[in-house]
Write a protein that binds this ligand. Sequence first.
Ligand code: PMP
Length: 306
Amino acid sequence: MATVYFGDQFVDDTQAMVPVTTHALHYGIAIFEGIRAYRTSDGSAIFRPLDHYRRFLKNAALLQMRPRETAEELTGITIELLQRNKNYGDTYIRPLLYSSSTAVGAHLQPGEKLAIMTYPWTPTSLPPAVSTATYSKWRRFPRASCPAGAKITGLYVNSALAIDESRRRGFDQTIMLTTSGEVSEGYGANIFAIFGERVVTPPESADILAGITRDTLIRHFQSHHDLTVSIESISPDQLFEADELFLCGTGLEIRPIGRLEDRTIGTGAIGPVTTEAARWYRAIVTGTMPAPDGWRVAVSAVGAKA
Ligand code: PMP
């Protein structure tokens, strides 16, 4: 049994229940986050929690939800939750803010409830395993129809259909295109392609959710004097010409793609830029390298055991 934060208190997860009449269940009106805490040599640390919670609050406002907690307070609650659950190792953190009205009607209803859950989590191997990917027949929903860059639960039916369809066809990962046919992103991860010294990732106008991992890596690549970073539209054909390709996100971390459809990407193995980025990312999240202020927020004291 684990403790969860529910409403405005810490309760046993068996007590964190919602009525079947809950508005969010019927219309997908809820927002969420995916945050990670990593074991470091100095206890565990949450990676970029304030940036995650700022995004959470921005997304909440899109649905007319205004939780009373600030990003700093939400981070404080998360630290206390991790401590109560003794999650001092690698952990996935899932904040959720849902429309708790029980009224019928697909309009935005007043009333919301906050929940935060934590799950023990295993980081991916290093170097990460190489995956296959395909272009999904499901296109990423356009910004003109909904806030494509927001983590709104109802919008994830698009991701679920895309990955399910791609896995049924035998691929590990899916790459979604925009309705106008540009490369957008994975089902819960952004994409980077490497062409020689150029690192390219699609812009927000390609209906992506602009990930915090994407931002972390853009800054990293920009600090490399031998690489140039370009945020630009990519066509599906261009990706076949990439020397390296990878997906990235909080949950997935960095996932190299060695085959796209029936074509080998680069050598088919993890390439040098992806290898370096995966090592660097692990060092940043686990504290073996200095990170910008506020990126790692300590959860526990030295010597705490998972
Ligand atoms: N795109 C989508 C659709 C996602 O759900 C996620 C995961 N939040 C990402 C990209 C990557 O975002 P982040 O790096 O902030 O986890």
